[in-house]
Design a protein around this ligand. Structure first.
Ligand code: PLP
Length: 403
């Protein structure tokens, strides 16, 4: 029997060598390698500046803080996402507003989203599920139409003059839509480099932006540096320069910087990234050719001038309910195949129930969830592995139908 993991990291000798040289360099926390990774990410996306932090969660939270979002404000995100997208709203003291998905879609229902906007709404956090970018054209149309409701709290919000689109691009690094890359579309875009993501630094994340909220790129970058390192006017490396001990604390900031050890992983992963993406798309194609499409719906990753980052293989089993879906997951586990579910809608979790959410009000998200299974999709899979997974699924369904 095969042993097929869900999403192991693809680490080569190159990553190991780069980490080793960071360890031997005498500088292991934020320093030259992190700064180099920021430059390379900015170059890859096509922007002036990127900020690296220790997670996408920190990236989104600091972005809300940079925008001055807090108590009394509302921030809208999808019911169909990982907790991070919504938890950061709670962390800054704003009210979480969740929107149901559209029918048969992993994206928010844009009509319901428009209705959810109030004069307290400061930010919308769309989620590029599986690396498929949301309909940002629609999102911008909506925030433009609702511009008259927008009440800015500060000069940064005033300079934009409308709701900010803060993209949860944890899955979508390297994706593009209508030939425009994730990172060049939303006002602010946050990527994740967590261990299971396409490009990994074990833990890590990055921020890029297309708007500067009345600041220059350098000022905005510096603001993120202050927020991420105790509001300290000099980072550890600058403080280390001989005779340069003195610094100021301009406010009580957070502590979520990326380390050079982890940045070294990212530097090599980024060099390999185009190849990694190509392999992901070969795998998606092979799944699409081998899974019996009479019984499964496969999320589309490609369209004219549009391609996801190929992050997750989301398939839905026609006519399955939660119990039938879970039985199939158990069967696949017995066949040595690890799978997952992306996502259990947030209103089904204790924390969100305690905040007053009820899954009854998110019927499309529930339907999307109840028959969904995420199949292994990573660059250590062989073609044989993929065919094995498809065959096991096809056999199982055939068995069900033949009773
Ligand atoms: C992984 C993930 C995050 C959080 O990323 P971290 O880097 O672990 O903080 C946020 N949103 C979504 C949709 C994710 O899958």
């Amino acid at each position: 029997m095969k042993n097929i993991l869900f999403s192991p990291p693809d680490i080569t000798q190159e990553e190991i060598d780069e980490v080793t040289s960071a360890l031997k360099s005498g500088w292991i926390t934020t320093g030259p390698r992190t700064k180099e990774l920021e430059r390379r990410i900015a170059e890859y996306v096509g922007v002036n500046k990127a900020v690296c932090l220790n997670s996408a969660t920190a990236a989104m939270e600091l972005s809300l803080l940079l925008l001055g979002v807090g108590p009394g404000d509302e921030v809208i995100t999808s019911a169909y996402t990982y907790s991070a997208s919504a938890a950061v709203i709670d962390h800054v003291g704003a009210k979480i507003v969740l929107v149901d998905t559209a029918k048969d879609s992993y994206e928010m229902d844009y009509d319901k989203l428009e209705v959810a906007i109030s004069d307290k709404t400061k930010v919308i956090i769309p989620v590029d599920i599986a690396g498929v970018m949301c309909d940002y054209d629609k999102l911008y149309e909506i925030v433009e139409r609702k511009k008259n409701l927008f009440i800015p709290n500060n000069v940064r919000q005033e300079s934009l003059g409308r709701i900010t689109i803060l993209s949860d691009a944890a899955h979508s690094f390297g994706a593009y839509r209508n030939n425009v890359k994730a990172g060049l579309v939303a006002d602010i875009t946050c990527y994740s480099f967590h261990a299971v993501k396409n490009l990994t630094t074990a833990e890590g994340g990055a921020i890029v932006w297309t708007k500067t909220f009345g600041m220059t790129d350098d000022e905005m970058y510096k603001e993120y540096m202050l927020l991420s390192l105790h509001g300290q006017s000099k980072d550890a490396l600058s403080k280390m320069k001989k005779g340069s001990w003195e610094y100021d604390i301009v406010y009580t900031g957070y502590k979520c910087n990326l380390t050079d050890i982890l940045a070294s992983l990212g530097l090599v992963q980024l060099r390999r990234y185009d190849q990694l993406l190509e392999r992901r798309f070969e795998i998606i194609k092979l799944y699409s050719e081998t899974l019996n499409s009479n019984y499964v719906n496969i999320l589309q990753h490609e369209d004219k001038n549009t391609r996801s980052s190929g992050h997750l293989m989301l398939v839905r089993f026609k006519g399955f309910n939660e119990m039938k879906r879970n039985q199939l997951i158990m069967y696949l586990a017995e066949q040595g195949i690890a799978t997952n579910v992306h996502y259990k809608p947030l209103p089904m979790f204790t924390a969100y129930k305690n905040l007053g959410f009820d899954i009854i009000n998110f019927p499309n998200a529930f339907k999307q969830y109840e028959n969904e299974i995420s199949l292994p999709l990573h660059t250590l899979l062989s073609d044989d592995d993929v065919i094995y997974v498809s065959e096991k699924i096809n056999e199982y369904i055939k068995g069900l139908i033949e009773g």
